[in-house]
Design a protein around this ligand. Structure first.
Ligand SMILES: O=C(O)CCC(=O)C(=O)O
Length: 388
């Protein structure tokens, strides 16, 4: 069994302080869950963790003589489809994507003709090949409600493979739902530029748009960090930290987005901000009967999750944590079990957000069906009993 536990009885998340923050480098071989959780995850601070993937199957099978093992990809995954972004084109600060067969992408990647800079990304290989255990989720990233929910409910997950040639890049952005992310390089090297939350506002034009790429000469007064991620290194990207990434060598990485008790409040804030923006966008229709549902449809498009989905997600995790507190041995990623302090921490955060959900004007409207409201109320009561 792999118990993950926080040592102290945490009940809340500290106010983040980025004034003197630095990018810390840790050694993954002797890094405790508790230390990483309290110093980096809870404080929303980035970190590079060395030696994370040395014993993963993909570190052996996907790499040959220090380079990408093209044949392995062709033999094992050649007929699978994967999304591929064209880094020479931009469409609203994102590279347009097409689908390609992996064998065709590998023949592009191994050729010398790179007139088009093609980046295979957001590839759900783990879901496509569930029996191929090509990597293990590092223990420090085990508290991951987003993928726990997705895996348990057979929904779209947030676990990806990225493969890109030298020079391929990801434009400046903040992660989906304001989630955390982690990325581990199997081969190659990435250069990350990361901005503490709030600094991105200095980069916006008069319409509020961000540039696709940050250039320090154009913005001399912006605080940012440049981080090199080598083979075997993990990088932890905290919530709300905008970042841009360049592959400075041919690179393969594994990336997860994740949410847990430490960043749920950031996600809820991002949810409310996005909702306010869509409400504002169509405010001239605010007196029409379908205004609320239209806003929710727009929210799903711009934020990726609407109100009902958000409530379903957190009440699902809440229900599971309650059962775990009562002794149910429910593992995440098939191998991690939460300790009692961790379970209670999760429940403290959940009840706080559930109370805020009850206070939100949407809860007072008749958008939620009675069953959904009952779920929220039952969950609050069940958590109260356990925490008292
Ligand atoms: O590796 C990349 O190109 C981008 C990764 C990224 O932005 C992320 O994992 O959040």
């Amino acid at each position: 069994m792999n118990e993950i536990e926080i040592g102290s009885e945490q009940t809340c998340v500290p106010e983040p302080d980025y004034t003197n923050c630095l990018i810390s480098v840790q050694n993954g071989s002797n890094l405790s869950y508790d230390y990483f959780f309290e110093d980096f995850i809870l404080n929303n601070l980035p970190c590079v963790v060395k030696n994370v993937s040395l014993d993963w199957n993909c570190s052996k099978q996907w790499v040959k003589n220090g380079d990408i093992n093209y044949e392995h990809f062709i033999i094992e995954y050649g007929d699978l489809e994967a999304p591929v972004a064209n880094c020479n084109k931009l469409n609203f600060n994102a590279h347009p994507k097409q689908c390609m067969k992996v064998k065709d992408y590998m023949s592009y990647l191994s050729s010398s003709n790179k007139d088009e800079l093609l980046y295979l990304k957001d590839w759900h290989l783990r879901r496509l090949k569930p029996d191929d255990i090509f990597y293990e989720v590092p223990k420090i990233f085990a508290s991951d409600w987003l993928n726990e929910y997705a895996q348990d409910n057979k929904e779209d997950d947030f676990m990806f493979v990225y493969i890109g040639p030298k020079g391929s890049w990801t434009p400046l952005h903040c992660d989906v739902y304001s989630s955390y992310s982690w990325s581990v390089n199997i081969v190659g090297r990435k250069k990350w530029i990361m901005f503490p939350p709030g600094e991105e506002n200095k980069l916006k034009d008069k319409f509020g748009n961000l540039p696709p790429l940050f250039d320090s000469k154009t913005y001399p007064n912006v605080k940012y960090f440049e981080v090199t991620q080598d083979k075997g290194d993990a990088i932890f990207v905290p919530s709300g930290w905008h970042h841009q990434v360049e592959n400075t060598l041919d690179t393969i990485s594994i990336n997860h987005n994740f949410i847990n008790g430490s960043n749920l409040e950031f996600v809820w804030e991002a949810f409310k901000n996005n909702l306010s923006s869509v409400e504002n966008e169509i405010k001239e229709f605010s007196n029409t009967p379908c205004f609320v549902s239209q806003c929710q449809r727009m929210l799903k498009v711009v934020f990726g999750m609407d109100y009902t989905a958000f409530i379903k997600f957190i009440t699902y995790i809440g229900e599971k944590r309650v059962q775990q507190c009562h002794g149910a041995k429910l593992y995440s990623f098939n191998k991690f079990l939460l300790g009692i302090n961790h379970l209670k921490f999760d429940l403290h955060i959940l009840i706080k957000i559930l109370y805020q959900i009850q206070q939100h004007p949407l809860y007072q409207s008749d958008y939620l069906i009675p069953d959904e409201k009952n779920n929220v109320e039952d969950m609050i009561n069940n958590i109260k009993v356990l925490l008292n």
